[in-house]
Design a protein around this ligand. Structure first.
Ligand code: FES
Length: 106
């Protein structure tokens, strides 16, 4: 089976503030985009796996983690894993950068 890779342009890199979250929508997917102070950019499903489903783009970014704004779960921006003692995982998306344009890879 052939898998098709789609790159969707989502933002200008230079326009993103460091340690801020952005909410973007691609079809029915809500994605949170984060630019770290190191300059790295990560993308996660914009929803905490907690039953309250907090909006992660509104969370606090610290290092390579985001803290959910509702109950403060600590979630890795790298692999989406919720850190102990809480459990769960958020879907992550690959981000590619070509000059100033950021793409989400689906
Ligand atoms: S909604 Fe509860 S930790 Fe995010």
């Amino acid at each position: 089976m052939i898998e098709t890779i789609t790159r969707i342009p989502v933002a200008h890199y230079a326009n993103l503030k460091e340690r801020a979250g952005y909410s973007i929508k691609i079809d029915d997917k809500e994605i949170a985009l984060f630019k770290l102070s190191s300059g790295e950019v990560y993308a996660l499903e914009n929803r905490s796996p907690h039953p309250k489903g907090g909006v992660l783009s509104e969370g606090l970014v610290s290092g390579r983690f985001v803290y959910c704004p509702v109950y403060d779960w600590k979630i890795s921006l790298v692999d989406g894993m919720v850190q102990a003692p809480d459990e769960g995982q958020v879907r992550t998306y690959s981000v590619e950068r070509k000059e100033d344009i950021l793409f989400i890879v689906l």
